[in-house]
Design a protein around this ligand. Structure first.
Ligand code: GLC
Ligand code: CA
Length: 556
């Protein structure tokens, strides 16, 4: 295994709508990103992944594309994009765009034409089926965002498939013209000079219409019915052959429904499909089934097992991407750390964990300052279609009370990660001069970039430091991990070694002080690389960790 720029590089994900608004319409824009490139550079990240910026009616905030080769007017113009790309490259920052190949918007020209008649040349761009014998949906598939995955088109009397909302019809990848059309889009952006794609739900491209066994939980439905379809590897190999391999660019597949046993089929280098798979096991470690219904307590032993399991994919010649959070999940410090008294310590501890695991690290905007969940007071304040659909469906099923449903949305809903970036103490957190499209977290007066710039012990400056260490020492990005305290459910500790370097990492997930035994080798030097406290209590055979303490030693 050899590291290269996209394996050791750190990805910073931008949700453009919420990043920085420059033209005072309350919506983040491309110029807003360009204006912050120096800030991004200062974080010691390498690659910027921008969530979709293409023309879209925004039913799912850009994940419903109506023109893949046009910029969403709210975000700016193509020349704004060209400028962003050029300015990023000037600073040696790479740009990765979000390709949404599984579905389009229902407003896309292809779908508008496909709907006209059964014999329209675009009909076969989508997946149509006749009603079943009782005049209902062709099969019993549920969609990701509540309700059935089929909607009847009254005009032609057939149903179309949409694994997400009815505004996001699935493309028919069986049709070679569809595949070629997407490849053309990819070439369009790659020829402009972008450095790769994050590929949205790319594991779902190939469909096999088996009826879902009643009672199957949604996570299982994704794994067993929606993802990993019979032709998926054929398609991805073709995509690689026809497009990706001709560019110095990489692909990061969103690995929904992929597990540690089949992931190598997507990413083993000799298969020439994807360059890395962004898996969900860490993100969903406490989500039993679907997002809202069943959340378990954080279980460190489970998290350790997940990291251990995914090592196998790398052993089999593949590469993975790790993330604790993104625009689809609640804030990491609220989910896995402590967003109360230990917010700073736990935010620093979590990045220490992520920066020392094997795989490409993805950071999500705002996590570098420890942004937290927001507490929305009423369903009218909720923007996210997934949360709204969940709430409305629940009004019918009455599985939960209205209050419970809102509480679940506040705990796990996607808006938590989508509140505007908190830049300073000005109105609207400095994100915009006018009222933003989604409310700002009221804690911005305390949690913002400007405050943390001025504090050498801030989360922000800790991120900078650890990412600079990661850049300096390859052992952070790749090496053999030897776990210590394996059965300890409060402490994650490991040695990491390769032929030249060794580090020793201690991470506490506890709110209490914890004493652990570790025999430091008297013959060796343990140089502390980073510590999220000002001190550490260590003897030759013991270490006492403070609440959420994180320490890394370089062993020489
Ligand atoms: C992915 C995106 C999510 C989107 C969905 C449908 O999971 O990350 O935001 O809603 O795909 O495109
Ligand atoms: Ca704007």
């Amino acid at each position: 295994m050899k590291l290269n720029w996209f394996k050791s590089g750190v990805i910073y994900q931008i949700y453009p709508r919420s990043f920085n608004d420059t033209n005072k319409d309350g919506i983040g824009d491309l110029k807003g990103i360009t204006a912050k490139l120096d800030y991004l550079k200062s974080l010691n990240i390498d690659i910027i992944w921008i969530s979709p910026i293409f023309q879209s009616p925004n039913k799912d905030n850009g994940y419903d594309v109506s023109d893949y080769c046009a910029i969403m007017p709210e975000f700016g113009t193509m020349s704004d994009f060209d400028e962003l790309l050029e300015e990023a490259h000037k600073r040696s920052l790479k740009i990765v765009l979000d390709l949404v190949p599984n579905h389009t918007s229902d407003q896309h020209e292809w779908f508008q034409k496909a709907k006209l008649s059964k014999d329209n040349p675009y009909r076969d761009y989508y997946i149509w089926k006749k009603p079943n014998d009782n005049g209902n949906s062709p099969n019993n598939w549920p969609s990701f965002f509540s309700g059935p995955a089929w909607t009847l088109d009254e005009n032609t009397g057939e149903y179309y498939l949409h694994l997400f909302t009815k505004y996001q019809p699935d493309l028919n990848w069986e049709n070679p013209e569809v595949r070629e059309s997407i490849y053309k889009v990819m070439r369009f952006w790659l020829d402009k000079g972008i450095d790769g794609f994050r590929m949205d739900v790319v594991t779902l491209l190939s469909k096999e219409f088996k009826d879902v066994k009643p009672g199957t939980g949604f996570r299982k439905i994704i794994e067993d019915y929606y993802a990993n379809g019979p032709k998926i590897h054929e398609y991805l190999h073709e995509m690689n052959e026809k497009v990706m391999r001709h560019y110095d660019a990489f692909s990061m597949g969103e690995g929904v429904g992929v597990n540690q046993d089949n992931a190598h089929l997507y990413v083993a280098e000799d298969r020439r499909e994807l360059d890395m798979i962004y898996h969900f096991d860490i993100l969903e470690n406490n989500i039993v089934d679907g997002k809202y219904d069943k959340i378990t307590n954080f279980d460190l032993l489970n998290v350790k097992r997940i990291f251990r399991n995914w090592e196998k994919v790398i052993e089999k010649g593949g590469w993975i991407a790790n993330a604790l959070g993104n625009h689809d999940f609640a804030r990491i410090v609220s989910r896995f750390g402590n967003d109360g008294p230990y917010r700073e310590e736990s935010a620093k501890m979590l990045i220490t964990l992520m920066a020392t695991q094997n795989g490409t690290l993805n950071i999500y905007q705002g996590d570098e300052i420890g942004m937290t969940n927001i507490n929305l007071k009423s369903i009218d304040d909720v923007n996210d279609i997934q949360s709204i659909n969940f709430y409305n469906e629940n009004l019918e099923t009455k599985k939960f009370s209205k209050e419970e449903a809102l509480l679940m949305i506040n705990n796990e809903g996607r808006d938590n990660a989508r509140t505007p970036m908190q830049w300073n103490t000005n109105a609207n957190a400095g994100f915009s001069e006018v009222k933003p499209w989604l409310q700002v977290n009221p804690n911005y007066k305390n949690i913002n970039v400007e405050n943390q710039e001025n504090d050498e012990n801030s989360i922000l400056n800790y991120y900078r430091k650890i990412l600079s260490l990661k850049r300096e020492y390859d052992i952070f990005s790749y090496g053999k991990i030897i776990e210590l305290e394996r059965d300890n459910d409060q402490i994650f500790a490991y040695r990491k070694i390769d032929t030249e370097e060794e580090i020793l990492v201690f991470l506490s997930f506890s709110e209490n002080e914890i004493l652990i035994e570790y025999e430091f080798n008297k013959e060796k030097d343990y140089n502390m690389l980073i510590n999220n406290y000002k001190f550490v209590t260590k003897t030759i055979d013991k270490l006492t960790l403070q609440p959420y303490q994180a320490v890394i030693y370089k062993v020489e």
